[in-house]
Structure formats: C-alpha cells, structure tokens
Design a protein around this ligand. Structure first.
Ligand SMILES: [Zn+2]
Length: 253
C-alpha cells in the first residue's frame, strides 16, 4: 500500500495513526504557525483550530506557505485551502480574530479546554504570557515557538501544566500572571524585524517534533530548546518549575 500514511505507519516510536483523533489549536499562522499547521496536517492530525486576524501581505511572501495571489486574503482563510489540498482528511476550523479581544477571546476560551495541545506562534511577549496563563488554567499543554529579532536564532518552550515549567516560571521579573488579555497592539507588527524562512522552518519543525512527543507520549520532551543559527547549535535546557510562580505555582491552587 502506498497511501499517504504508508511511511508514517513505519515509524517505530509511536502509533502516528492516533493523531487522527487529536485536536490542536495554533495561535498565529504567520511564518511559524503556517508551517507548523502544514506539518501537522501532513502528519494527519484530525482537527486543527487556527487563530489569526492578519491578512497575507507581500512582506510575508519571503516565508513559506502563502502565495502571491493570496495577498490581501485573511491568513486563516488562505491557509485553509492549502491544508485541505495537502491532506483532505484534516478538519480545519478557522477563527479570523485576535485571541485577546472580543470574538477571538471568546473562541479561544471555548477552544482551549477542547484541545489536546496549543501551539503558540505569536510575535508578542504579552500574548505569550496570556496563552501561557490560559493553558495552565485549562490544564492543556502549550508549545511556544519564536525566532529572535535578528532572524537567525529561535526557541521552543514546552509547557505541560503541573509537570514542566510554565512560560513565566523562569521569568520572575514578569508582573502579569492573570488570564486577563493584554492590551491589543495598534499596529499590525508584521515588518519590524527581519525573518528568514530557514529559521522559521527549523523552529516550526522543533515545535511539531516536541508536539508529537507530547501528543503521543514517546521520547523525552525537551522543556526548552534554544537554536543558535549562526553557530549551528541546538541546546536543551531542563528548566524546573518555580513553586512560587505567579501563574502555575502553589499559591494559585
Ligand atoms: Zn510557572
């Protein structure tokens, strides 16, 4: 048999067919999230829930997935056809809204507890903290990914509520610990920093690789991975939970 899952069935570390029953939310489908969505779709994750209020801009075309003829189209709508063409088995739910406001916030609150995993693919520190608090409260694993402002480094942080350090645990200087959404940015924020498709592909792949391990329970999940593109180096950091963390620490329980 040479069906689309033939090579995946040969994977010996986990039963990848179980992904068909998984529901994964991806918050932000820009340079990172669009790639992670495609990877998960090709792996056969049953349901993908996508959040992004942005439209495709010409400045996004240096990265992967989006096409020139999609400029001006909402990203979650543009990617839906792409994912459907990649794997028609995957159900795609699109929320073309900001997760920190109005309909997007309502949808995120409803969707998060229903998901097996949330991928954070945003470019805002405040939204990262917000997603972290939301996932810790809902007891749903979060995998945050991001690239550095100079485009060549990146990191992936796995938050398994109650088990691994949350996004705030090792950032004690941070004040915000609530699930209150941050103030919405007034500008689109798309073009303030450089972005390389190479780095985005590395980080998206690492994010999904850890996601597979979290979803299917194999291998050793890396709590924090740092990628240094100029040196060609990958470093794992086994962060510990902070019992006094304002988001996941004991005083919240
Ligand atoms: Zn914490």
């Amino acid at each position: 048999m040479t069906d689309r899952y033939a090579r995946l069935r040969l994977f010996e570390h986990a039963d990848l067919s179980k992904l068909a029953k998984k529901r994964v939310a991806i918050v932000g489908v820009g340079g990172l999230g669009a790639l992670s969505a495609e990877i998960l779709a090709r792996l056969g994750v049953g349901q993908l829930v996508l959040f992004d209020y942005d439209t495709v801009e010409e400045a996004n075309l240096n990265r992967l997935v989006y096409r020139t003829d999609q400029v001006g189209v909402k990203k979650v709508e543009a990617i839906r056809g792409h994912l459907r063409a990649a794997n028609p088995d995957v159900q795609v739910v699109s929320h073309p809204y900001d997760v920190t406001d109005g309909r997007g916030l309502k949808a995120l609150k409803e969707e998060t507890p229903r998901c097996d995993l949330v991928l954070g693919c945003v470019d805002s520190f405040a939204v990262r903290l917000f997603l972290n608090a939301m996932c810790v409260q809902s007891r749903v694993p979060l995998i945050d990914g991001g690239a550095s402002d100079d485009g060549v480094n990146g990191s992936v942080h796995v938050v398994i509520p109650g088990k691994t350090a949350c996004y705030r645990c090792n950032r004690p200087a941070l004040k915000d610990s609530s699930v209150a959404p941050p103030v919405r940015r007034e500008n689109g924020g798309a073009c303030h920093f450089t972005s390389l498709p190479t780095t985005m592909a590395v980080i998206a792949s690492l994010q999904c690789q850890e996601g597979l391990k979290v979803l299917l329970g194999f291998g050793s999940v890396a709590p924090f991975l740092m990628y240094f593109g100029l040196e060609g180096r990958l470093e794992r950091v086994d962060w510990k939970r902070d019992p006094a963390c304002g988001t996941c620490g004991r005083r919240r329980r």
